[in-house]
Write a protein that binds this ligand. Structure first.
Ligand code: GAL
Length: 957
């Protein structure tokens, strides 16, 4: 028997952070020192195990001509059309046996090879550094055949000194990347497992006397209006800030009058740090972050965080993001009124933080640390409570803080996410507090706040949040002294989140509550040829968490979902409320710092949803927190007695870096008077002949009472009671919330299989009355439903009365009628729009005249589910019909049935049929955010109780 010697791969399962890398330091791009990007096409060879191949590929002269190629930055599993394996999605379960620090022998290993030419004018003095900005999860590196070292810490920068090894002409860089390593135990974030060199690889010239590392300290004293700047640098030099006439030595403080940096007013001063060897551009923001009076204050003012959790995601490139995608995220956030971002759950590409500095977003920078899977074994062997791992934890903390310390946008360092509690976390917090006392420390997992400067929680329900706001939550003495944030709340999975406005009300009511961060920014759908977007399980993973990875405020292609539109309205920086009858509007500046001078205001008046007059509104430049009442002009007189309402908008007065002049940041609507309800004299009498009943413009089947047509418009399926909706992710709820998972309870009760029993059809003097009982098989509940049809000769009115029978222990998904139209495409309505709304996610629904098509009414949730309802609809026109509601109703139309929508797993499962299915709902159940949070609040429950509602049908042809 003979054995083949394999290279040692012990480092893969070693708890240490690695060896050979340089100490961490600030990340920056020098103004004059040379650099060479090594991004691009690399040779690539995939092996099934860590030690399958020897390291001869790293030798100069190795012929990799028959290897495949991959793009760096990138993940190999997202390249090669499946030839290089597939992504795996798990939420908190490790996709390998929990046996720390060991990982499976099957350990996909990608050898990467890049031959590059050193530019002929590359300076020969000084040294050079090779920088990796992100490699998942463990890499071993060689340059020109010499091993540089190995490292773990996927989303952190690692540098190696390579000056001695570089050669003129051709150089060979070899990188062996292992998908699994001891580091994987520290990176159990809820996301796809995606191996590869997924961020930039750069060669940096380090001239003699260049800046090794530097730390910008730029504080702001709000009592004097002065900023103090001190730049500490490893190498002495000068600090120049021309706009402030600053020219001081490094290490020397200087105090001058400045404009402070805030997320609302992100004033940056350009400066230079000049040493003998290089000039480094500085972007200085003066601000002071403190914990004072139990509050997080910046520049003396308590901040309300209106934030979001952002993972790095691109549907084709995974976590390999280009600058334009990062900018798109920041612009979308700013345009939707967000002011904060938590970099869940790892430090992002550094360029993202530059954008946060520039455009203005408060940042919680989170360390690349999560050990959530240990919860399955009651946290036994948790690395954060095992001293052997502490060096790795401290290495991660240092790599985050040192890399990112010069960003004014960062106000909190976060130790990581969902890692339980333990000595290692305490060690990290102590180190961070010592290294950077000018920022605060965050970590959610420790509810006693032993190591943190803020009490942070995730998914606390509204009632608990209110208690915390009232200081009635108890807890340790230290915790009681701290402000509260929800680092995650309002799980944006599928249709939802509902209940946002209710949270915001609490945040604004209690000082201790300093806001929160929605979970999460983007759906991590993977672009897929057959499925549209793939989610967990679509790659045949043996363990996975399905579409729990699609829970963002934007769809995978970054189109805003209704959740983002709702959030924008809920957190708008200006509150506009009015007393329409008296023509008074009250404007409140809800910002923390800026006055209203950047905004212009406009009023308009609508009659029946159509704007008839508009003009500009003069509003004083209220300072933050101030309110004023402003008088509106006289409302226009409307001879026809239509419905009149005011709309007041706050718009950007000028172009900004993130949106153009005219961009709407806030709005309010209020009625001049009540809506005049449709009047309807029942004049016609139903006439029965030859199996048909004629009533005004309509024909009915005399035997069943089914409506067949109105004024020649065929009705495919008669309007009949409908209570079912395709359960949303939030209806289905999280597995740990057993008693309120209505999606399942509804199904158990049989609400998706209601039967309609015809009791009677009565053609009376002035009405056709159809009595029915609607109930599921085998259950003791039912809905007595009476349809009463009348006509005024031209139009047809349907009045539905519903009386529940039996003991209804669950709310109804919906209550209304559904019918089919053979042809419909364009839709016009007067009511809430333009997007979808549900009872607890309707703040952004603006009353007006809206137009769309049946296809565009659909909201493309990655996993199909109930969607697309429009709120407060007075009337809608589609398919030749006009339908007016008394009272207003919810309107939905789609080219498939609710049952088909319910059965679909991906959008590609939905095929348009011949019929357009229309739902006119008197009520809908709220949506909540129970996929990982509270269900709808009680006031948004659709209770089964006696109701009556009606619709007037006429034709538009
Ligand atoms: C949290 C976790 C997030 C994500 C979320 C649910 O517990 O921190 O990473 O898993 O739940 O989507």
């Amino acid at each position: 028997m003979s054995f083949r010697t394999t290279p040692s791969v012990d480092y893969v399962e070693d708890v240490s952070p690695g060896s050979g890398a340089l100490p961490p330091r600030a990340w920056y791009a020098s103004s004059d020192a040379r650099s060479l990007s090594l991004n691009g096409s690399w040779r690539f060879r995939l092996s099934a195990t860590a030690g399958a191949e020897d390291d001869s590929f790293a030798e100069e002269g190795y012929d990799a001509g028959n290897w495949a190629e991959v793009t760096v930055p990138g993940h190999w599993v997202l390249q090669g059309d499946g030839a290089f394996g597939s992504p795996i999605y798990t939420n908190h379960l490790y996709p390998f046996p929990v046996d720390p620090p060991y990982v499976p022998t099957e350990n996909p290993t990608g050898d990467h090879l890049r031959v590059f030419d050193l530019p002929s004018d590359w300076p020969s003095d000084g040294g050079a550094v090779l920088r990796f900005d992100g490699v998942e999860s463990c890499a071993r590196v060689w340059l020109n055949g010499t091993e540089l070292g190995e490292f773990k810490g996927s989303r952190l920068a690692h540098e190696f000194a390579v000056g001695e090894l570089l050669k003129p002409g051709s150089n060979v860089l070899a990188v062996r990347v292992h998908q699994w390593s001891a580091g994987s135990y520290l990176e159990d974030q809820d996301q796809w497992w995606l191996p590869g060199i997924f961020r930039d690889v750069t060669l940096l010239h380090r001239p003699a006397g260049s800046v090794a590392d530097f730390f910008v300290h730029a504080s702001y004293d709000h009592t004097t209006g002065e900023g103090t700047l001190r730049v500490d640098s490893g190498v002495d030099g000068r600090v120049l800030v021309p706009a402030l006439d600053i020219d001081v030595a490094t290490g020397e403080p200087v105090t001058v009058a400045v404009e402070p940096w805030t997320a609302e007013t992100p004033k940056l001063y350009d400066g230079v740090l000049a040493t003998d060897g290089e000039r480094v551009p500085l972007r200085i923001g003066f601000r002071t972050v403190v914990l004072e009076d139990g509050l997080v204050k910046v520049n003396g003012t308590a901040v309300l965080f209106k934030g979001v959790n952002r993972h790095e995601w691109h549907p084709e490139r995974g976590r390999a993001l280009d600058l334009e995608t990062m900018r798109e995220d920041v612009l979308l956030m700013k345009r939707h009124n967000l002011n904060a971002v938590r970099t869940s759950h790892y430090p992002p590409h550094p360029a993202f933080l530059d954008l946060c500095d520039e455009y203005g977003l408060w940042v919680i920078d989170e360390c690349d640390l999560e050990t959530h899977g240990f919860t399955e074994q009651d946290w036994r062997d948790n690395p954060v409570d095992d001293d052997r791992w502490t060096p790795a934890l401290l290495d991660r903390a240092a790599r985050m803080v040192e890399r990112d310390k010069n960003h004014p946008s960062i106000v909190f360092w976060s130790l990581g996410n969902e890692a339980g509690t333990g000595r290692g976390l305490t060690a990290m917090a102590e180190w961070i507090h010592g290294r950077d006392p000018e920022r605060l420390v965050h970590y959610e997992g420790d509810w006693n706040c032993r190591d943190t400067d803020v009490y942070s929680r995730m998914y606390a329900f509204h009632d608990e949040v209110e208690k915390i706001g009232q200081q009635l939550d108890g807890g340790t003495h230290k915790r009681r002294e701290l402000p509260f944030i929800q680092c995650e709340y309002a799980h944006a999975m599928g249709n939802g989140p509902g209940g946002l406005a209710d949270y915001q009300e609490l945040f604004e009511k209690y000082d201790r509550l300093q806001g929160g961060f929605i979970w999460e920014w983007i759906d991590h759908g993977v672009k897929h040829a057959e499925l549209g977007y793939a989610y967990g399980g679509d790659f045949g993973e043996e363990l996975h968490d399905g579409n729990f990875v699609c829970d963002g405020l934007v769809f995978p292609d970054r189109t805003p979902s209704p959740g983002l539109i709702e959030y924008k309205k809920v957190i708008e920086p200006v509150h506009i409320e009015g007393d329409g009858a008296n023509g008074i509007v009250r404007i409140t500046n809800k910002q923390d710092f800026a006055d209203l001078s950047a905004l212009a205001f406009e009023w308009s008046c609508q009659v029946d949803g159509e704007t008839v007059e508009s003009g500009s509104l003069s509003v004083p430049a209220l300072v933050a927190g101030e309110s004023a009442e402003v008088k509106l002009p006289e409302p226009p007189v409307d001879g026809r007695g239509g419905e009149r309402q005011w709309t007041v908008r706050a718009l950007l007065a000028n172009d900004t870096s993130w949106a153009a002049k005219g961009h709407v940041v806030a709005w309010g609507q209020f009625a001049v008077g009540a809506r005049p309800l449709p009047s309807f004299p029942a004049t016609d009498r139903p006439v029965v002949e030859e199996g048909r009943i004629t009533l005004g413009p309509a024909w009915f089947d005399a035997r069943t009472g089914a409506l067949l047509s109105i004024g020649g418009v065929e009705v495919g399926a008669t309007p009949r009671l409908d209570v079912w909706r395709a359960p949303t992710d939030n209806d289905d709820g999280a597995e740990w919330q057993t008693d309120t998972r209505y999606g399942m309870l509804w199904r158990t009760l049989g609400l998706h299989r209601m039967r309609h029993r015809l009791v009677s059809v009565e053609a009376g003097d002035d009405a056709l009355t159809v009595r029915t009982r609607v109930a599921p098989a085998a259950r003791e509940v039912g809905l007595d439903t009476v349809y009463r049809w009348t006509s005024d000769g031209e139009r047809l009115r349907l009045s539905v009365s519903v009386t529940p029978e039996g003991d209804w222990t669950v709310p109804l998904p919906r209550l209304g009628v559904r019918f089919g139209l053979p042809e419909a495409d364009r839709v016009e309505w007067f009511g809430g729009g333009p997007g979808e709304a549900y009872p607890d996610s309707r703040t952004a629904s603006m009353v007006g005249r809206w137009q769309s098509t049946v296809d565009r009414l659909q909201t493309p949730y990655v996993r199909p589910q109930e969607n697309g309802a429009r709120a407060d609809v007075r009337w809608v026109e589609l398919g030749g019909l006009r339908i007016e509601g008394d009272p207003e109703f919810w309107f939905t139309a789609r080219r498939w049935t609710t049952e088909q929508l319910d059965a679909a797993q991906h959008r590609t499962d939905l095929a348009a049929g011949d019929t357009v299915w229309v739902n006119l709902d008197h009520g809908l159940h709220g949506v909540g955010s129970q996929s990982c949070g509270p269900g709808p609040l009680p006031q948004y429950f659709l209770k089964a109780e006696p109701v009556e509602f009606s619709f007037v049908f006429s034709t538009t042809r």
